[in-house]
Design a protein around this ligand. Structure first.
Ligand code: SF4
Length: 243
């Protein structure tokens, strides 16, 4: 698998925020987010600049599993980049983690543009559909991002699996301003999402930016009945790797 980094930290976002977790960050993404305020993706070393010189590179499923087994940790977070780009190796990884530790709780952080067998071994899919406020307008990636950013068929399959009680899902939207709300409400309607499963997270890669956006994000949650999630890892350590 293409791996950017492996580390043991605290989940900073969503309903498992605060849980000590083993993070498996895959390399490469099919999107190139640049948010309306100008920030690039907060892990641009997996998307805009996925250079092996600052990422681990290739590891086998067995090698990743052996790193996980060195740490006594129930929560495993598979994140990226876009982990579902790893194809069958992702299927093998989630199956291997579950058979090695039946108590493992796997969160898969994904932009939702791929669906696959991995979903049946995933406890929580943390799906972060990307909105128009993420499009890198004027860059060479604009058309690629626009054509990849929403896969309705994949999102519908996740939503159906959730309704069948076979997976938990949190729909986590990066919130840049109230202008995002129309699109978020469209997702809610199109995929039949429950408000209790929707999280808004202030966009920002520094404490100062989060401080500026926290209030408008929380106010939007109150008005619309969504959940608020912060970004604890940024508050604790700033925008650093390996945390
Ligand atoms: S989908 Fe996620 S990893 Fe990919 S570019 Fe956007 S923020 Fe970065």
């Amino acid at each position: 698998m293409e791996i950017s980094e492996l580390f043991h930290s605290i989940q900073g976002e969503g309903k498992r925020a605060g849980r000590p977790s083993f993070f498996i960050r895959t390399n490469f993404c099919n999107l190139r987010c640049r948010f309306s305020g100008g920030n690039l993706c907060d892990t641009s070393y997996t998307s805009w600049d996925p250079d092996d010189s600052h990422n681990i590179g290739k590891l086998t499923v067995a090698e990743i599993l052996s790193e996980y087994e060195k740490i006594n940790c129930t929560d495993v977070v598979i994140t990226g980049g876009e982990p579902a780009m790893q194809g069958d190796e992702l299927n093998q990884l989630v199956a291997a983690i579950k058979s090695s530790n039946s108590g493992a709780y796997i969160t898969l952080e994904t932009n939702g543009t791929y669906f696959g067998d991995f979903a049946q071994f995933t406890d929580l899919a943390s799906i972060s559909p990307k909105l128009k406020s993420s499009v890198p307008y004027g860059s060479k990636y604009e058309s690629m991002h626009l054509s990849n950013m929403k896969n309705s068929q994949s999102l519908m399959r996740f939503a159906e699996l959730h309704r069948a009680g076979k997976i938990d899902i949190q729909w986590k939207f990066v919130f840049t301003s109230d202008a995002d709300l129309t699109e978020i409400m469209e997702y809610e309607k199109q995929f039949g999402l429950r408000k209790e499963d929707i999280y808004l997270m202030p966009e920002g890669i520094s404490r100062e930016e989060l401080d500026r956006k926290r209030k408008i994000t929380a106010e939007a949650c109150i008005r619309h009945g969504y959940n608020y999630t912060d970004r604890l890892h940024i508050l604790l350590w700033g925008n650093k790797r390996g945390v």
